[in-house]
Design a protein around this ligand. Structure first.
Ligand SMILES: Cc1cc2nc3c(=O)[nH]c(=O)nc-3n(C[C@H](O)[C@H](O)[C@H](O)COP(=O)(O)OP(=O)(O)OC[C@H]3O[C@@H](n4cnc5c(N)ncnc54)[C@H](O)[C@@H]3O)c2cc1C
Length: 356
């Protein structure tokens, strides 16, 4: 009843409670404790929630579903007409708020600043936690540096940085002292003057949302796409296996690393046979994580987790309630193409070069 009242102003959908068995039968609904979505063609999908769940969970699942299918709620439309972002944490700096104002109404844009900041943190803060890098960790770091160098989002400006870093980490056969690694990175940062950026597409509405893990996913997708676009005859598993090892040995979120290892086994990551399949493997894996975390405490209310890409961003990517993988592949390759990667935030955040 509360849901029916909450959404009574909506134009694109209605919420109804079905009490009669005949009506349930008419729509082919067998389990009355679940929530069903019925579209105009009378196709039915079951939401991953039950009427016994708490109100907040049901509401969040329903709203994620609607957003995922390009249905804009009245309330959202009202908000999107406003020039400032609602529900922003007051501890955010002016520049972070300016960035949020720029990005909040964009659908799926990849920002160069996020790629570079994630790359930096993956090579610095995450690795600095290790007093000694040896054995499997050293192998994982070497492979990671080789892959980010090969498919680098930094282009020519990262050439010297990677050349020096590779020399350094490949020069020792036994292991690298964590402090020596840190000093080397600082020396290279000063020498090359790269990596001094803000989050842009990964800016959260509060300090505890988004940021590094968002940037890391973005960087990982970027690497799979760059490998597939490369003219070399690359090992199809090269990027995924490097990501898997990096996550296992260096990603600070231990729970995420365990889940990712499990997914690699359960979803046959090692049997991926083409670089295009590798792009889709990571896309699916990310959607599984999105599904699991949707409505969870880590879900930024301003950027709720959805099945990616949203219907609004790519209608062709949907075939009924399912995704059309060929279209998703084309969409991802286009989204991550050099022409589409957005440079907002690379110079001054006052620049007005953000679009779409
Ligand atoms: C490898 C890995 C495993 C993780 N595992 C867990 C976990 O087990 N538990 C946990 O609590 N947190 C996990 N996280 C963190 C979590 O997935 C999110 O990164 C975090 O909650 C921030 O979410 P976000 O809303 O900023 O968007 P994110 O999910 O981080 O997504 C970043 C951006 O990627 C794009 N995107 C979203 N979905 C897809 C997709 N399917 N394909 C391509 N692009 C997409 C969107 O533009 C989005 O803005 C993991 C992170 C990583 C990198």
């Amino acid at each position: 009843m509360r849901l029916m009242l909450d959404y009574h102003r909506e134009k694109d959908f209605i919420v109804r409670q079905i009490n009669s068995s005949e009506t349930a039968e008419l729509y082919g609904i067998e389990n009355k404790s679940t929530i069903h979505v019925i579209d105009k063609e009378l196709r039915i999908e079951i939401l991953p929630t039950e009427i016994y769940h708490n109100y907040k969970t049901i509401k969040s699942n329903l709203e994620n579903y609607l957003m995922d299918h390009g249905i804009v709620m009245q309330q959202e439309e009202d908000n999107s007409n406003s020039s400032t972002v609602p529900n922003v944490d007051s501890s955010l700096s002016d520049s972070e708020t300016t960035i949020l104002n720029k990005i909040v109404n964009l659908t799926h844009v990849v920002f160069q600043a996020d790629l570079e900041k994630a790359l930096k943190l993956s090579l610095t803060t995450e690795v600095f936690k290790n007093p000694e890098i040896e054995g499997e960790s050293l192998q994982a770091l070497r492979r990671y540096v080789a892959v980010v160098q090969k498919y680098s989002p930094l282009g020519a400006k990262g050439y010297d940085f990677f050349a020096d870093l590779s020399n350094f980490i490949n020069s020792s056969s036994d292991g690298i002292d964590g402090t020596a690694y840190k000093e080397k990175i600082h020396e290279l940062e000063n020498k090359t003057e790269i990596f001094d950026l803000h989050w842009v597409g990964c800016q959260g509405s509060a300090p505890n949302y988004r940021g590094y893990s968002c940037g890391l996913w973005t960087l990982f997708h970027y690497l799979t796409i760059r490998a597939a676009n490369s003219i070399d005859d690359n090992d199809p598993i090269e990027v995924l296996s490097t990501i898997e090892k990096y996550v296992k040995h260096f990603f600070g979120c231990t729970e995420c690393a365990i889940h990712f290892q499990e997914m690699a086994v359960e979803r046959d990551m090692w049997n991926v046979t083409t670089t295009d399949q590798a792009i889709l493997w990571l896309w699916k894996a990310h959607n599984i994580v999105n599904d699991r975390l949707s409505g969870d405490v880590t879900d930024d209310p301003l950027f709720p987790k959805i099945k990616f890409p949203s219907y609004r961003a790519c209608q062709k990517c949907r075939s009924g309630f399912n995704f059309s993988e060929n279209e998703v592949l084309l969409y991802l390759k286009d989204l991550y193409s050099d022409e589409k990667i957005n440079n907002f935030g690379m110079e001054s955040i006052d620049e007005d070069n953000v679009s779409r």
